[in-house]
Ligand binder design. Structure first.
Ligand code: FAD
Length: 564
């Protein structure tokens, strides 16, 4: 039994007239309820419109470029109506699955992705079980990543700032570093947040199981080879771990980032292998605590991939602080010698060998996707352990979702939490998808570097027609008032529309400032939108407004004749 029904443009909130940018289906095609049928765009956002029924498309009433408003007809569809027997079968199988599953939703891994997904799903009324192999919740981010590194970076910042004041009339004595106390303080922050997560789980009735989970099928896992848990739906959020370099000796003085966050003694000489964000944040910490730092990087630049104007300022700033920075250089071999580690380098500007107390190997992260018997599920996972997902965070297996580091770059906590909410919402039957236009990146080094959206490197390689505006912080009253003048803010604009498409900031608090640029991109803002927004004075956030004003040619705080 079936009948024809119209699918109309739903209420799109603030967006009254929207343009069809893509028709996602064809006449004659069978579609499921909630499947996207067209994409529309307003001047502020791109929105997918789904079908609210299952059926076969009879007629498509819209074309690319059509302007639609609420109530306009998109399609005519022959609805698939299940007969009495089919309905009863479906009901029976739903009842059966409710009885035979231990958990309606099982979340695997309690990092920022996993716990966010578990909490959101529980808030939406699902029965949720969260499995974590570590004794504490919070994953890498809380226990061995974002939070401990930022606590130590705060300590480093205090040391550097108080020391810098000697040039401005206040002289402090040299700091006395009590590593044990510093690490206890850092651990206290972690523990406070750990117990906060337990508390939030209890309040939401999320059942926590501690143990290592391995898949047995696409409906069950086994915990620590003992207890089998059956589930109806699963969100995999098992994250990532530090990548290693094969051939290096097994020696306690060779550290990964987790161990580098727990040192009880400040090394007098430390080598950082890998000039990416995590390695350079650790370099910043241990330099401030008193280590002599050397950085070795395989490519020709620190923070590979980041725009060169940002990296240039950073490199200039740190090259006076660090003993050496060897670019285009490889560590060939490490040999434990008496009380030290002897390193053999291969590069033009490096010595042949040098010795260090500790070596931090920081050469990227690798997904844990290959450690959970994923092959038992049929979920497609590549040789690097990366699981491919669609915008709804679905894997190729209907009832299994994946989020966070496991889904590939960028491996960032704020990506994991946003994906987590989408996965939980879709699993609970809500319409949701991961539609973020941009995900900001931050290096919490000194100076901080942050960027979002299209980078200049990308704009050039993709042939994007763009304009750039840049404001030097040497002309910012607030920047000078905090004793810094090396930073700058830049914005990239799409030439045709004038919309902001990217931005980069270097200087103290760049990581906090970049959100405004991310919002501008999400909202489709142009230079006038930013410039006409009143920014408080004197702030570093003003530099974003000044950059926009410079683009418009109306900046008065600096004489900057418009060049493009
Ligand atoms: C030193 C450092 C600093 C960082 N700083 C930042 C930063 O400032 N900002 C930022 O955005 N990102 C930062 N990151 C990256 C950030 O930590 C990750 O992107 C984030 O933790 C990923 O979250 P996730 O939920 O995907 O996975 P994870 O945090 O990796 O959590 C996965 C969890 O799954 C558990 N697990 C794995 N396998 C199993 C199993 N078989 N059974 C049960 N449990 C399992 C793990 O024990 C872990 O707790 C940093 C990382 C490091 C290492």
């Amino acid at each position: 039994m079936s009948q024809n029904k119209k699918i109309l443009v739903p209420d799109l909130g603030d967006f009254e007239n929207v343009e069809v940018t893509e028709v996602l289906v064809n006449a004659g095609q069978k579609i499921e309820k909630n499947e996207n049928i067209i994409t529309v765009e307003s001047d502020k956002a791109s929105i997918d419109i789904p079908s609210d029924i299952s059926g076969t498309i009879v007629l498509i009433n819209v074309n690319n470029g059509d302007i639609l408003k609420k109530g306009d007809q998109i399609l005519l569809i022959k609805e698939t109506v299940k007969n009495k027997k089919e309905r009863e079968n479906q009901k029976n199988s739903q009842n059966k699955s409710a009885v035979s599953h231990d958990s309606e939703l099982l979340v695997l891994g309690a990092g920022p992705g996993g716990y966010t997904a578990a909490f959101r799903a529980a808030d939406l009324g699902m029965n949720v079980t969260l499995i974590e192999r570590s004794p504490t919740l919070g994953g890498v981010c809380l226990n061995a990543g974002c939070i401990p590194s930022k606590a130590l970076l705060h300590a480093a910042n205090v040391i550097e700032q108080t020391s810098a004041m000697k040039d401005h009339g206040i002289r402090f004595s040299d700091p006395k570093i009590e590593m044990k106390k510093l690490m206890t303080w850092k651990q206290g922050i972690i523990s406070k947040l750990n117990s906060g997560l337990v508390d939030l789980s209890k309040k939401r009735n999320v059942k926590i199981i501690t143990g290592n989970a391995q898949f047995q099928s696409d409906n069950s896992v086994i915990i620590d080879n003992k207890k089998v848990i059956k589930f109806e739906k699963c969100i995999i959020a098992v994250g990532s771990e530090s990548a290693t370099i094969p051939g290096f000796p097994d020696d306690d003085r060779i550290l990964d980032s987790s161990k580098a966050l727990e040192l009880e003694k400040v090394p007098s000489k430390m080598l950082i292998v890998g000039g990416g964000i995590i390695g350079l944040e650790m370099a910043c910490v241990y330099h401030a605590l008193g280590s002599e730092i050397t950085v070795v990087e395989l490519t020709d630049s620190l923070m590979p991939g980041t725009d060169s104007d940002l990296v240039k300022i950073y490199t200039k700033f740190v090259c006076d602080r660090y003993k050496d920075i060897y670019l285009k250089t490889k560590v060939d071999k490490i040999q434990p010698v008496k009380n030290r580690l002897k390193v053999f380098f291969e590069g033009n500007d490096s010595p042949k060998t040098a010795t260090y107390d500790n070596i931090l190997v920081s050469v990227g992260r690798k997904s844990n996707g290959n450690q959970i018997n994923i092959e038992k599920t049929g979920v497609a996972c590549d040789q690097h352990g990366i699981i491919k997902v669609d915008k709804k965070m679905r894997t190729n297996i209907d009832n299994i979702f994946a989020i966070g580091d496991l889904t590939g770059d960028p491996m960032l906590a704020h990506k994991a939490t946003h994906q987590a909410k989408v996965a939980a919402e879709v699993a609970s039957g809500k319409k949701s998808s991961f539609d973020a236009r941009v995900i900001p990146s931050v290096a919490y080094t000194d100076p901080e570097i942050a960027w979002v959206g299209v980078t200049e490197n990308q704009a050039k390689s993709d042939g994007i027609d763009y304009e750039k505006s840049r404001f030097p912080w040497a002309a910012s009253g607030r920047s000078l008032a905090i004793g810094r003048d090396e930073g700058f803010t830049k914005l990239l604009f799409e030439k045709e529309t004038g919309r902001v498409i990217g931005g980069g900031i270097i200087g103290p608090y760049a990581g906090d400032l970049i959100s405004e640029v991310a919002l501008a991109i999400e909202m489709g803002a142009d230079a006038a939108d930013i410039g006409m927004t009143v920014h408080p004075h004197p702030t570093l956030s003003e530099t974003i407004a000044f950059t926009a004003e410079a683009q418009e040619g109306i900046l008065t705080d600096l004489y900057m004749p418009k060049t493009n």
